[in-house]
Design a protein around this ligand. Sequence first.
Ligand SMILES: [Zn+2]
Length: 79
Amino acid sequence: MELKTNEEAFCIRHIGVRYICEFCHEGEMKYLAPGDDNAGLFLHRCTKCNKEMLLPKMYPYIEWIPGEKINKEDIWKPS
Ligand SMILES: [Zn+2]
């Protein structure tokens, strides 16, 4: 693999983001169904108390965070 001019390689780390229930503070809000399309809200249900909630995102979701830079010479270099 070759990097083009101005391209830089970096490590990434994936993290999962979940929403803890506001009612029981123990369960997790999991996406159930589209809620209000116009408002961009999604219906979720708690895995413990079964309460339902509209949230602006679909939980759980995956996010990535940038890590350190990878040297050009180290890309695809057999170890
Ligand atoms: Zn709950």
